[in-house]
Design a protein. Structure first.
Length: 485
């Protein structure tokens, strides 16, 4: 049985509590590996190692750090198949999806931020003074120190490196707590870091759970200067409270209940293709996924019929089967949560257009975390499935009659992460997009990302922005220097 250990100060380390937990395959429930749970002493050792490693790392020039981070990206590419297999086994997602998005983007994050960090200007001002000689004010960026990174299970390598890459590019060290559901690629990256020449202590990994385990130990540790987290809103609130006493900085990307707005003048083929991806990709386990769809009444019936046909054509199976478009959910526990929402939808009177249960699977996969792609009509905003984040392959569809009505519907949520709008009317696209209360709005696309642009949510969907200069603003302290002439 494979053992996954913590990675502290450049070495694989077994947790001092000598306790291991199982990493399960969501396809069939089998044990993929046993994982060493970090004790509070292990977290303390990781933070101390990060503190020491960061001193050396921060003294390097941007160019020196950039060269090493490019080697990290090259190391991921060189072991692409190994990372791909690990990610697919941990998550159950189709190989085609992970090969196209998860692993390439994981490597790209290091390249993007390695190049960006030396090419973002800061402020400079000439200031008048009473003696007429003046002064010059300019800003510099300094690393924050040790960053605690708590990363999710839905896109483990991509979303972890989305935080680790800019943190390291800015001269910080990190202690990463990956999800207990998907620990493998984060652990594997430690070997790549060593091979690339990253100083020991700059990248550390601790395994475990949340309350009473590695996650809580990390967020409460006084040696951690800032915490960045992607996950559900309730957990974000708990982390925020833990960081409050020491006034530590936080960056959160939290839950969403994202709308899609489909106008009658859309390109129907584009709108169907994009909505199929935004609802069902990665089994709906994407923070940016669409769970509410609003369709202008003249095309409502046609749109529903076509989306139904596409949903029923999705091939469900294990990661490495050819032609598979959707795998299982991450775990049996999450399966029960999603099926609970499916049952609640029926109780609330929603009309099941397709799905609503568990698909038939062959042989030894019956213990997997499978659910059907599901579409409901006959819903309104009194229904739980239109209010709460399900995080599964499902959506409720409602008709609308005017722009004002659909803007009000789209904004009628406690979340504000993402939205997609489908229209061929350019004026309408600009007009409606500007009125949606969320961090990211796509027009005639979904999941199209330029990593230089701001990414994050409003309301209960998060705090702060990541991407481009916005990541640098979180991972550095901006200092002003005033020179009297």
């Amino acid at each position: 049985m494979r053992k996954l250990l913590n990675f502290i100060n450049g070495r694989s380390v077994e947790g001092r509590k000598n306790h291991f937990f199982n990493n399960l395959n969501p396809v069939d429930g089998s044990v993929l590996s046993v994982v060493s749970e970090a004790a509070v002493e292990d977290v303390d050792a990781a933070v101390k190692a990060a503190r020491e490693g960061q001193k050396l790392w921060a003294k390097m020039s941007n160019a020196e750090r950039s060269a090493i981070l490019h080697k990290v990206a090259d190391g991921i590419d060189a072991r692409f198949d190994e990372f791909l297999e690990a990610e697919c086994l941990d998550t159950g997602k189709p190989r085609s999806l992970a090969a196209h998005i998860d692993i390439p983007r994981g490597a790209a994050n290091f390249r993007i931020f390695a190049d960006l960090v030396g090419n973002v200007a800061t402020e400079a001002f000439q200031s008048p003074t009473p003696d007429g000689l003046g002064a010059i004010n300019y800003a510099i960026r300094a690393p924050k120190g040790v960053i605690g990174v708590i990363s999710p299970w839905n896109l483990p390598l991509l979303l972890m490196t989305w935080k680790v890459a800019p943190a390291l590019a800015c001269g910080n060290a990190v202690v990463v707590k990956p999800s207990e559901e998907t620990p493998t690629t984060t652990t594997l990256l430690g070997e790549v870091m060593n091979a690339a020449g990253v100083p020991h202590g700059v990248y550390n990994v601790i395994h475990g759970f949340g309350p009473g385990s590695a996650g809580e130990f990390l967020t409460l540790h006084p040696g951690v200067d800032a915490i960045t987290f992607t996950g559900e809103t309730r957990t974000g609130a708990a982390i925020m409270k833990a960081c409050a006493d020491d006034i530590r900085d936080i960056s959160f990307e939290l839950g969403g209940k994202n709308p899609a707005v489909v106008f009658a003048d859309c390109d129907m083929d584009k709108a169907i293709e994009g909505t199929v991806r935004s609802v069902f990709a990665n089994c709906g386990q994407v923070c940016l996924a669409t769970e509410r769809v609003y369709v202008e009444r003249p095309i409502f019936d046609t749109f529903v019929a076509r989306l139904k046909a596409e949903a029923e054509a999705i091939r469900i199976g294990s990661s490495f089967e050819p032609g598979i478009a959707m795998g299982p959910l991450i775990s049996k526990e999450h399966q029960q949560k999603v099926l609970g929402y499916y049952r609640r939808a029926a109780e609330d009177g929603a009309v099941v257009v397709t799905g609503g249960g568990v698909p038939e699977v062959a042989g030894d996969r019956t213990d997997g975390a499978w659910v059907q792609p599901t579409i409901w009509t006959g819903v309104d905003h009194s229904h739980t499935i239109m209010r709460e984040e399900v995080f599964g392959p499902c959506c409720g569809i409602m008709p609308f009659d005017s722009e004002d009505e659909v803007v009000a519907l789209a904004n009628d949520t406690e979340y504000g992460l993402a939205c997609s709008i489908w229209t061929e009317n350019l004026s309408r696209a600009h007009r409606v997009a500007a009125q949606i209360d969320c961090g990211l709005t796509w027009v005639n696309s979904w999941f199209l990302r330029d990593l230089r642009t701001p990414f994050g949510g409003s309301k209960k969907s998060g705090i702060g922005r990541e991407g481009g200069v916005h990541s640098l603003e979180f991972y550095t302290e901006l200092r002003n220097i005033c020179i009297k002439l």
